[in-house]
Design a protein around this ligand. Sequence first.
Ligand code: PEP
Ligand code: MN
Length: 287
Amino acid sequence: MKNLKLSNTKAEGDRTIIRIGELQIGRDLVVIAGPCAVESEDQLLRTAWAVKEAGATMLRGGAFKPRTSPYAFQGLGLKGLKILDKARRETGLPIVTEVIDTRDVSWVSEYADVLQIGARNTQNFSLLREAGKSGKPVLLKRGMHGTLEEWLNCAEYILAEGNGNIILCERGIRSFETYTRNTLDLSIVPAAKSISHLPVFVDPSHGTGVLELIEPMSMAAIVAGADGLEIEVHIDPPSALSDKDQQLTPAAFARLMRKIGILRRTMDTLDDSVQAENEVRGLLQCV
Ligand code: PEP
Ligand code: MN
């Protein structure tokens, strides 16, 4: 792929592992969960405890919301970041939150464990450079109409500033389909993982925008090799100030997490069975 210097797969095959506390992103299966937006201390803390109890490993919540309409809820800003900070102190969950303006990167970095760059800003090159300079891990969404090559070139902007802690996150692309909010492109997961050493996550919430599709697409993402998921969960979805139709209840999220646990164990058994079968084949060839 053209112009990729730092994001492409290394000859030695080393993959990027991002360490946040005890978490090893790129090695452990990481599930980031939480509301679309931080709306109040009560809403965020109750959601944070619920996702933690269900097994989520990181907490998400937007304090700055990139909304299609300037009249829609734009997020609580600094107040939202302070609430996220409190949730981290109480639950111990690391925080993922979006930054939308170059002028905010340095001070938002004081609150965030991972800076999210959203689909609408994936090709905001000044923002990518600032995020690169911050040295913070960056969750880089795929742009709505971004090719794999364009997406990896966005990662190059961050890498070129000396920051290699990048998580790529597929969140659906625009297509002619209108039933789903976006078309979740799961084929990009193994594709990105073969071209690049960076971890690849999937966001089935924005990727489908349809509640019933979030569970099957989460499972499919894991089978496709995703290193993690980012899922919207709200303590009371009908009252959400943004994306209320795609946020899971804590009960639905807990059910999904149980299924993911079983799926992971099944996948491990599959790997063991393939290995055992190969060993038997090897032995048979020797006799
Ligand atoms: C989000 O994760 O809150 C978000 C706005 O997602 P995206 O940038 O993928 O639309
Ligand atoms: Mn959202």
